[in-house]
Design a protein around this ligand. Structure first.
Ligand SMILES: CC(=O)SCCNC(=O)CCNC(=O)[C@H](O)C(C)(C)COP(=O)(O)OP(=O)(O)OC[C@H]1O[C@@H](n2cnc3c(N)ncnc32)[C@H](O)[C@@H]1OP(=O)(O)O
Ligand SMILES: O=C([O-])CC(=O)C(=O)O
Length: 382
C-alpha cells in the first residue's frame, strides 16, 4: 500500500474516464475529444448532453428525439413548487433551495426503486433531474420576487426555456445563444471536486439523486463553483467604492486576500472557458455600449499579469468572466452558482454512470496522527 500522503488528492488518478480531459499546461479542454471552443461555437447544450451521456454527437434525428424527451420531463409536482415557495419565504439562498428541492424530487421519481445496476434507469432518472432543475430554479427566483411560476414551454430549448421561465418572456436570440453557450462550457470538467463528490456517493451504488445532491453541496463552496458569485461581488464592491479596480486588487493582495476567479488545481494557464466568456463579454459590452465590467475585469487581470501571478500559474478561471456575462443578461448574482449546477448536472450524471458500470467503492485512508494507547476513564471518574 502506498503511504505517500497527497494533500487534496493532488495529481492522484482514481478512475479512467472517456468523458472530458483538462490539459492544464496548454489550457485545453475536450469533451470526448471535441475541443470546447468548437463545442461552444457549434453545439447546443442538448447536443453536449447527448455526447456525454451516449458517447457520440447525435444526428439531427437523434437530437430532436433526445431534446423532445428531455423537454417532456420539465414539469415538477405542485408539492415541490409549494416547498420552493416556503423556502423562498424563509429567505433560503438559491443553491440551498436547489439542494433541498432535488432531494424532494426523488419522492416523485417514478423509477425510485429501480435496481442500482440498471444503468438505463439511472440515465432516465438523470434525464428527469436535468430537465427539472431549471424549472425549480426559475420558480424559486420568481417566488422570491412574489411572482407565480411560469410553466415550462416544451417548444423552447433547455437554455431558452429557462430564461423564459425566469422572466415570463421568450428570450431574444442573443440571450438564448449566450446562455446556451454558458451551459455548454460548464457541463463537464474531469474529476473536479463536485464531480468527485458525486462519484464517491455513486461508488456506494447509492441512487443518482444522492450523487447530484452531493455534487450541488460541493459546487456551492467559494473554492469551487461559488467563486462566480464572489467575482461579481468583488466587481460591485469595486464599483461602489469608486476605487480604481487596480487599487482594489492591490489592497486585496496586501490584505492577503485570494482573488476569486483566479487559480486552479489543474490549469497553470488561462482557462479556455474564461477566454470564451471574455470574448462573449466583449461582444455583449460592445453591442450594449456598457463596458464597465469588461473594463474592471481587464484591469484586474492586467494587474495580476504584471505582478507575475498569471506567469506563476494563478490565471483567470471560468468563474472570472461568467458572472459579468450573466449580469449583463439581468440574472441575479446568487443564481450564478445554481446555473453552474444546472449545467454540471449533465457531467455528474455522465461520470456516475460511467463509473458505476465498472464500479469499485471509493474508500481512501487517512494517516492517523492521534494517540494510540489512551486509557479509557469512565465518565464519573474524569
Ligand atoms: C469552477 C472552479 O471551481 S474554478 C476555481 C474557482 N475558485 C476560485 O476562483 C477561488 C480562488 N482560487 C483558489 O482558491 C485556488 O486557486 C483553488 C482553490 C481554485 C486551487 O487551489 P490549489 O490548487 O489547492 O492551490 P493552493 O490553494 O495550494 O494555492 C497555491 C498558491 O497559489 C496561491 N493562490 C491560489 N489561488 C489564488 C488566488 N485566487 N489569489 C491569490 N493567490 C492564490 C495560494 O495562496 C498559494 O500560494 P502559497 O503557495 O504562496 O501559499
Ligand atoms: O476542475 C476543477 O477543479 C474546477 C473547475 O474548473 C470546474 O469544475 O469546472
Amino acid at each position: 500500500m502506498s503511504v505517500e500522503l497527497k494533500r487534496g488528492l493532488e495529481g492522484v488518478l482514481v478512475a479512467e474516464s472517456e468523458l472530458s480531459h483538462v490539459d492544464g499546461e496548454v489550457g485545453k479542454l475536450v469533451y470526448r475529444g471535441y475541443d470546447i471552443e468548437e463545442l461552444a461555437r457549434g453545439a447546443s447544450y442538448e447536443e453536449v448532453l447527448y455526447l456525454l451521456w451516449h458517447g457520440a454527437l447525435p444526428t439531427r434525428e437523434e437530437l430532436d428525439a433526445f431534446a423532445a424527451d428531455l423537454a417532456a420531463e420539465r414539469d415538477v409536482d405542485d408539492d415541490v413548487l409549494d416547498t420552493i415557495q416556503t423556502l423562498a419565504d424563509a429567505g433560503e439562498c438559491p443553491m440551498a433551495a436547489l439542494r433541498t428541492a432535488v432531494s424532494m424530487l426523488s419522492a416523485y421519481e417514478p423509477e425510485v426503486d429501480a435496481d442500482p445496476e440498471d444503468f438505463d434507469a439511472t440515465r432516465r432518472k438523470g434525464r428527469r433531474l436535468t430537465a427539472k432543475i431549471p424549472t425549480v430554479l426559475a420558480a424559486f427566483e420568481r417566488a422570491r420576487q412574489g411572482e407565480e411560476p411560469v410553466d415550462p414551454d416544451p417548444d423552447l430549448s433547455h437554455a431558452g426555456n429557462f430564461l423564459y421561465m425566469l422572466t415570463g418572456t421568450e428570450p431574444d436570440a442573443v440571450s438564448e445563444e449566450t446562455f446556451d453557450m454558458a451551459l455548454t462550457i460548464h457541463a463537464d470538467h474531469g474529476l473536479n471536486a463536485s464531480t468527485f463528490t458525486a462519484l464517491v456517493i455513486g461508488s456506494t451504488m447509492a441512487d443518482i439523486y444522492s450523487s447530484v445532491i452531493g455534487g450541488i453541496g460541493a459546487l456551492s463552496g467559494p473554492l469551487h463553483g461559488g467563486a462566480n458569485q464572489d467575482v461579481m461581488e468583488v466587481l460591485y464592491e469595486v464599483d461602489e467604492s469608486n476605487k480604481d479596480p487596480v487599487e482594489w486588487v492591490k489592497a486585496a493582495r496586501d490584505a492577503g486576500r485570494r482573488i476569486p476567479g483566479f487559480g486552479h488545481r489543474v490549469y497553470k494557464v488561462k482557462d479556455p472557458r474564461a477566454k470564451i466568456l471574455e470574448e462573449k463579454l466583449r461582444d455583449l459590452s460592445e453591442s450594449s455600449g456598457d463596458t464597465k465590467w469588461l473594463d474592471y475585469t481587464t484591469a484586474i487581470e492586467g494587474y495580476l499579469t504584471e505582478q507575475g501571478l498569471v506567469e506563476n500559474g494563478i490565471a483567470p478561471n471560468v468563474d472570472f468572466y461568467s458572472g459579468s456575462v450573466y449580469d449583463s443578461m439581468g440574472i441575479p448574482m446568487d443564481m450564478y452558482t445554481p446555473i453552474f449546477a444546472m449545467s454540471r448536472v449533465g457531467g455528474w450524471i455522465a461520470h456516475v454512470v460511467e463509473y458505476q458500470e465498472d464500479n469499485r467503492l471509493i474508500r481512501p485512508r487517512a494517516r492517523y496522527t492521534g494517540p494510540k494507547d489512551a486509557s479509557f476513564v469512565p465518565i464519573d471518574e474524569r
